[in-house]
Design a protein around this ligand. Structure first.
Ligand SMILES: Cc1cc2nc3c(=O)[nH]c(=O)nc-3n(C[C@H](O)[C@H](O)[C@H](O)COP(=O)(O)O)c2cc1C
Length: 469
């Protein structure tokens, strides 16, 4: 379990030189306001993903401030946390059900308090409390770098916005919502919108924050899509910037948050005679058990069950977006020869049969050091996208879009691992150029955006208990 002191992730995060001030979506404090938290400007006027981010936060980690190693605030950011939730009327949510499944005979709808509560809780709710002294106490349904949780989840009806407060398992009616719509309530929501408070993550990670925030927004989108599907709700995940900004305009705290992605709620899914293989029927307990492993990822060197791969194949085929490739460097899975596998058409196919350890130890490095114990992992996934084509088409917005695509897949990998009692660690300690070269990606075109290692967790010092609302 992740229970070490805040500085432990520093082994992965590194201590590279700081990027020039104000390069990557965070805004230097205005003169004369010492202590003011760093905040992003209005999303309408500022590009949160300048093109320098590819070089500074994906191909190198220049954007990470040296203070991260000690877990101290990044230069230019204030120590105090901003209030994450605006004041407003609060709506308690129903207790989340223990299982996630469409209720037989009644079409799934957010108007059902149990469905509403389940969707929010199992997508982004507070699921575990880690009591280890000096650890990060609060863990949610989706992983987050050093548990900063910069993403925010908001339900939108035509005239009201309801912000999810995971800590209290409540919704907060955001200012500007009309009285009429409160009568309709959150059960009439048509969209789920994901925004990101870069400042939360920037407080530790400085100008590296937009990269982590983009990754985490994608993971959250994947989580909402997965849980909605399990509940029998059809959603259409969206990347389109104009739609996104249209949804957020005048309705969300634009000064502090960046719009990242959305899902349109289409209504109940058509009933099917056969139960689909994915999402799994035990999803709720899987999500309650999901975790990222110990502070230093050093799993037991025992083989993962073969079903891990079957589930991976099915889950990735059900990802909310296409346009990614998944390379799996596999070392220890029962009945499966080690090697380099690539996922395509719902299948994993072997492209090299050698032990991938030398590749893993060259790719998975942080400033010259191997980032985790790849010698005892079961397998490690690398998620790649066609950056060149996306940048040509979408300009700087390609950064957000591509992280949405891959983030959703990264969350699925974490869930599949949890289903088999394994921990999955999203770890940014990898060298993107080496990954590109050694995995045979198209040079200058394809980029690896996620590294996710999977292994059998050793019993650790951390003590996590489930949170019940
Ligand atoms: C986008 C992202 C990047 C991460 N990068 C690192 C990393 O570089 N090194 C590391 O040790 N852990 C990394 N983590 C793991 C988080 O610290 C971990 O998910 C967090 O402690 C929450 O733990 P939990 O998932 O068990 O709740 C990363 C997680 C995310 C989501």
């Amino acid at each position: 379990m992740t229970g070490g002191a805040a500085g432990r992730t520093g082994t992965a995060a590194g201590t590279g030189p700081t990027a020039p001030a104000g390069t990557a979506g965070t805004v230097p404090e205005p003169p004369g306001t010492p202590g003011t938290p760093t905040t992003a400007r209005s999303f309408a006027t500022e590009d949160p993903f300048p093109s320098s981010l590819w070089a500074d936060a994906v191909y190198s980690r220049r954007a990470i401030p040296p203070t991260l190693a000690a877990g101290h605030p990044a230069p230019g950011t204030a120590g105090a946390e901003p209030d994450p939730l605006p004041p407003g009327p609060r709506l308690p949510l129903a207790p989340p059900p223990l299982h996630l499944a469409p209720s037989p005979g009644s079409p799934a709808t957010l108007a059902d308090p149990a469905v509403l509560a389940a969707l929010l809780h199992y997508s982004y709710g507070l699921l575990q409390h880690d009591l280890t002294p000096g650890g990060w106490p609060l863990h949610r349904a989706v992983a987050s770098a050093r548990c900063r949780y910069p993403s925010e989840l908001t339900l939108l009806t035509p005239t009201a916005a309801f912000r999810f407060d995971p800590l209290h398992h409540q919704l907060v009616l955001l200012p500007g919502s009309s009285g009429d719509d409160r009568d309709g309530g959150p059960g009439t929501s048509r969209y789920v919108v994901i925004t990101s408070r870069f400042a939360r993550t920037a407080r530790l990670y400085g100008d590296y924050a937009p990269r982590l925030c983009a990754q985490e927004a994608g993971m959250l989108l994947g989580a909402v899509h997965l849980v909605a599907t399990a509940l029998g709700l059809r959603t259409r995940p969206g990347q389109d910037r104009e739609t996104l900004h249209g949804l957020c305009a005048n309705r969300l705290p634009a000064m502090a948050e960046h719009p990242m992605g959305y899902l349109e709620i289409l209504g109940p899914a058509a009933p099917t005679a056969d139960r689909a293989a994915w999402p799994p029927p035990d999803l709720a307990s899987v999500l309650r058990a999901r975790h990222s492993g110990a502070a230093l990822f050093d799993p037991e060197p025992v083989p993962a069950p073969r079903e891990l791969l079957t589930d991976l194949e099915t889950a990735l085929a059900a990802a909310p977006f296409t346009g990614f490739s998944c390379h799996l460097l596999l070392r220890r899975v029962a009945g499966t020869s080690p090697g380099h596998y690539v996922h395509g058409g719902g299948r994993l196919r072997q492209v090299h049969a050698d032990d991938p350890l030398p590749l893993l130890e060259r790719i998975g490095q942080t400033e010259g050091r191997v980032s985790m114990n790849f010698r005892s992992t079961s397998c490690t996934a690398y998620l790649a996208v066609r950056r060149g084509a996306a940048v040509a088409r979408h300009g700087t917005d390609a950064f957000r879009r591509l992280h949405l695509v891959t983030g959703a897949v990264a969350h699925l990998l974490c869930v599949v691992a949890a289903r088999h009692g394994l921990s999955a660690r999203v770890h940014n300690g990898y060298d993107a150029a080496s990954a590109e070269r050694l995995l045979g990606a198209a040079s200058g075109e394809e980029t690896v955006l996620f590294q996710v290692a999977v292994g059998t967790a050793r019993p650790g010092a951390a003590f996590r208990i489930p949170v019940v609302f």
